[in-house]
Design a protein around this ligand. Structure first.
Ligand SMILES: *[C@@H]1O[C@H](CO)[C@@H](O)[C@H](O)[C@H]1NC(C)=O
Length: 325
């Protein structure tokens, strides 16, 4: 009997670790009493408070308080330069817990991984142990957050990018649970495609670390334009939200309703690169800052702020409520 049980346990284990095409994990987040939702988005931040990270954090606290935010999204590159070295890496406290200290930021954080996170111990960032150290922390590879008005699809974009696999700078990437790339990416795209097509949410937002469209240092990410964008278009996605370029951007598509929002100004910025492309550039700020979002079933309002809390740019969009629904 005991042997049978053990065998069953082993079979279950092997199954769950090798079933790469598991459904995307879903979380529910309640909206406010009036049916609205507000949140902040920050990316590319963990530098122990340096490079204005602390100033950005202070201003996030103020705006977070004014908007009574429900949660915070991190677009990745959570810890520089090489992610976390393990569960006991003090960078977790020094770059996260001890930096985002404002009362309004003591909310759930939904976090994706960036390429710099992949240069450390990825399993540490994904570990529930960190949630015991700081209950705000929720970092996963790809997952879904459901709310009554919007569905967020978080996508692990680092494995898409070929150059990390060919390792041009000889950096080590932690591909445990990811390699081989082709299988991982294909399964993720299939799961995302299914989830997007099944979704009945009024708004569909996708969050990933890498840019799709950008006029800054890294520019467009061709692997995402080729592989991910067609699925977002077919799935009726409204916004793609990313970091990676250390700036703030709003770019509109010419070939679909999708809007690209970059919030990657969490710390080191001022790259001094501006390469215009064929997209509709609405806003670009090369320095530090963050983004806020205020949502109702009909309206989305986005704003960008700098390290002093100055409101740099606002953009809003209204969705006609479909009468047949
Ligand atoms: C901090 O922010 C200020 C204002 O944007 C900027 O002038 C300064 O260069 C920033 N410091 C760093 C290290 O980026």
């Amino acid at each position: 009997m005991a042997v049978d049980m053990l065998l069953l346990a082993i079979v279950t284990l092997v199954f769950s670790s090798s079933s790469a095409s598991a459904e995307l994990q879903r979380f529910e987040h309640p909206v406010k009493g009036d049916g609205s939702l507000s949140l902040l988005v920050v990316g590319d931040w963990g530098r122990r408070g340096g490079y204005n990270q602390s100033h950005v954090a202070t201003q996030m606290g103020k705006v977070g308080d004014e908007l009574n935010i429900d949660f915070v999204i991190s677009t990745g590159d959570n810890f520089y330069e090489d992610g976390l070295s393990g569960l006991d890496d003090k960078a977790f406290e020094e770059s996260f817990s001890n930096v985002y200290v404002a009362p309004s930021l003591q909310k759930q954080w939904y976090i994706v991984l960036g390429n710099h996170d992949y240069r450390g111990d990825v399993l540490a960032q994904l570990s529930p142990v960190l949630r015991q150290t700081d209950s705000r922390w929720l970092c996963m590879r790809s997952f879904i957050v459901n709310t009554a008005i919007v569905q967020f699809f978080f996508v692990d974009t680092t494995p898409f990018v070929m150059e990390y696999w060919t390792d041009p700078e000889d950096n080590h990437y932690d591909w445990r649970g990811v390699a081989p790339r082709e299988t991982y990416v294909a399964n993720l795209l299939k799961d995302l495609d299914t989830a997007l097509k099944e979704s009945t949410a009024a708004w569909k937002f996708v969050v990933g670390h890498h840019t799709m469209r950008s006029v800054s240092e890294h520019g467009d990410t061709v692997e995402l334009l080729e592989n991910l964008l067609p699925i977002l278009k077919a799935g009726g996605v409204d916004l793609y939200i990313n970091g990676h370029d250390h700036c703030l951007e709003h770019i509109g598509s010419r070939d679909s309703p999708i809007q690209y929002l970059t919030s990657g100004g969490g710390s080191k910025a001022w790259r001094g690169v501006y390469t215009p492309n064929a997209d509709k550039l609405h806003f670009f700020y090369d320095g530090q800052g963050f983004m806020s979002m205020e949502l109702t079933e009909r309206d989305v309002k986005v704003a960008f702020y700098d390290a002093f809390g100055t409101n740099l740019y606002e953009w809003s969009v209204t969705k006609e409520v479909n009468a047949s629904m």
